[in-house]
Design a protein around this ligand. Sequence first.
Ligand code: AVJ
Length: 340
Amino acid sequence: MEPLTPPETVIETAIRIDSHLGGAHERSLADDVLDGLTRPFKELPPKHFYDARGAELFDRICELPEYYPTRAERAILEERADELATLTNAAELVELGSGTAAKTRVLLDALHAAGTLTRYIPMDVTESMVRDCAEELTSEYPGLQVHGVIGDFERHLDHVPSAAGPRIVAFLGGTIGNFPPGSRRRVLREIARLLGPEDHLLMGTDLVKDRVALEAAYDDAQGVTAEFNRNVLRVLNRELGAEFDPEDFDHVALFDPQHEWIEMRLRARREHTTLVRDLDLPVHFRAGEELRTEISAKFTPERVESDLRAADLELVRWLTDPDELFALTLSRRISPETTL
Ligand code: AVJ
């Protein structure tokens, strides 16, 4: 006779969390520092902003009067979530860079009300955020399964579980704008591989607008964005034994109209050399020298559509707010029949 299943394994657990970070993540930071701080034009990728403090500062940015993208995107979602639910019939929502999942609730509400929702799959590098939102959402939506994936969507998309029904892959907030054009298309192609014939990508993109509004959004009066920018130096201090004094740097945010992107930089206030101890790397800054910490691309409708096309995606819906500050696009894979 088969042994009885121990009672604890019979309990349906609504939450599963897989972690893919650890050692590999620290290596990626070390590699990025070695690569980025030894160049003539110093640069670090923006993904290293988001330790616990960085994630908290980003949440404060989202509440700032100058930072319109979060409000505009939420307004679009509130206006159109029911339509998205009807169009997609989604049983599951995969969210890349889920954070606190604040805006996600609008979508989850609509899918829940439509009666199709069974599973939410948040993916984020900030473990505490994935865990907290899994706890909250399973109690807010009875019967919802949450399968959290702690990882980097540039490296761990393979760990997103395969679809159990029609799904929406959400990539909100305009994060795709953090990638320069070439890698943007690579990231989109990789994301597109998560989509089957019944699935949709829901992507947020910030739109090109006048530079005053753009620069204010990245250089707020309260200095929260400046602190967020400097936070990357604290991350290097903690993770790699670097000796940066964040106060040695000014926050700079500029719109580059040629590239149609915002650049954030840290400008050295004085000439100095900092040691990154764990890498045995001295890093020299001239007075006024700048370290680029982020690009945030701003899009035209044509640009969004051509980037989607390059990833074999076709536009299903273009959704925008009344002031056309921000856009959400719903797209799907171009099916083989339509490309013949
Ligand atoms: C999270 C990448 C969408 O580019 O607007 C906010 C990050 N940087 N303020 C953006 C950010 C400065 C944000 N994304």
